[in-house]
Design a protein around this ligand. Structure first.
Ligand code: ADP
Length: 364
């Protein structure tokens, strides 16, 4: 999905973004950082040492891993939740590496048929980790197959048809399931209850992201100074995947426009302006969403379905990709009647806020 300014032509534009830069909008949904695959692999942390931030979670995990090693039992099943790009898959890989076991990575939408989940469970070896991304999208049948596998390490296989149907109880190797989801609330109760540890991944601080950026730059042989790293960090939506993408884009910019000069604050700023990323890290669609609530719905509340139609984005993308950061920044608030733009959103877009209807005109 490429976010384009054309999506937003139907939005009444009172005041905001009247000096919108000529820039190329960003695809926040892309899972891969668009490097060469080997680079992507190289910059992904493999140990707790390399894994930046999430210190509370790291400490909990280190103790859990140590305890399971001492007891000589597989690690409890783990559920990680939080917005995309915060490091759930990376952390699962780190855990496997720290324990010294293999990890099989799959995602719920690719486990559509019963034989998909059965096949993967049967292929596991003792102690291995099964990582299921987007686990809230697992269908009912797959979930039911997973329950006894998670709890008692067996699956019920049925053979034959109608009258002659037989159920066989088949053991599966002891494994650890790591589930990842952007929506913990969408998981069924019985599935959620089968995880021993459920943990939310936090957004990253600017300092943590600057560390991510400097680490990746070193691996990728990109020259960047501290201020340049901080500038990119502050516009990366508190998300390492985006920080990694923006360092690559900034390096391209520095190469083409500045003959490969070291990325300074000024070069980073220019590069990111050219990508329509503002000083808070908002992209065109974020701003369009805020403008829509303010200009067309007097600041809200407005339902996410209405926003979805007007923006041409699906509800899931708005909820999973855009909203978490806008909520975290305090630019929108969720009410039971829909989304509301906060005073901060008016301020950020340069629109005057009044109590009566949310807005009047431009800031002076
Ligand atoms: P998620 O599974 O939550 O969507 P990923 O684990 O795929 O996110 O992380 C996206 C990218 O961000 C990875 O390629 C990785 O290089 C980087 N990354 C994630 N978490 C960290 C971290 N804590 N420290 C350094 N880099 C990270």
């Amino acid at each position: 999905m490429i976010i384009s300014d054309d999506n937003n032509k139907n939005i009444k534009n009172k005041g905001a973004s009247n000096d919108a830069p000529k820039c190329k909008s960003q695809d926040l949904e892309a899972k891969e950082v668009d490097f060469d695959k080997t680079y992507e692999k190289n910059i992904r942390p493999k140990t707790f040492e390399e894994y930046i931030g999430q210190s509370a979670l790291r400490d909990t995990l280190k103790i859990t891993i140590e305890a399971s090693k001492k007891r000589n039992v597989p690690l409890d099943h783990l559920l990680f939740y939080g917005p995309p790009g915060l490091g759930k898959t990376t952390l699962a890989g780190v855990i496997a590496n720290e324990i010294g076991v293999n990890i099989k990575i799959t995602s719920a939408p690719s486990l559509e048929r019963p034989r998909d989940i059965i096949g993967i469970l049967m292929s596991l070896k003792g102690g291995e980790i099964l990582f299921i991304d987007e686990i809230h999208r697992l269908n009912k049948v797959a979930e039911e197959i997973l329950y006894p596998a998670m709890e008692d390490f067996f699956i019920d296989l049925t053979t034959g048809k109608s009258q002659s149907v037989k159920t066989m109880r088949v053991p599966v190797p002891k494994f650890t399931l790591i589930g990842a989801t952007t929506k913990a609330g969408a998981l069924s109760g019985p599935l959620r209850d089968r995880f021993g540890i459920i943990h939310r991944l936090e957004f990253y601080t600017i300092d943590e992201l600057a560390q991510v950026i400097k680490r990746s730059a070193k691996i990728l042989n990109i020259k960047i100074d501290d201020e340049g790293a901080k500038e990119i960090a502050s516009r990366s939506r508190a998300t390492p995947r985006i920080a990694n993408r923006l360092i690559k884009r900034s390096a391209d910019y520095a190469l083409v426009k500045f003959d490969g000069k070291i990325i300074t604050k000024q070069i980073a700023k220019e590069a990111l302006d050219s990508l329509c990323i503002d000083n808070l890290g908002l992209v065109t669609t974020d701003r369009a969403l805020l403008e829509l609530i303010i200009n067309n719905y007097d600041g809200g509340p407005v339902g996410v379905e209405t926003l979805s139609v007007a923006l041409g984005e699906d509800v899931r993308t708005i909820e999973d990709v855009y909203e978490p950061f806008l909520l975290q920044k305090g630019l929108i608030a969720r009410t039971n009647r829909g989304r509301r733009a906060t005073k901060l959103a008016y301020k950020h877009l340069g629109i005057r806020y009044t109590e009566q209807n949310g807005q009047m005109g431009l800031f002076d």
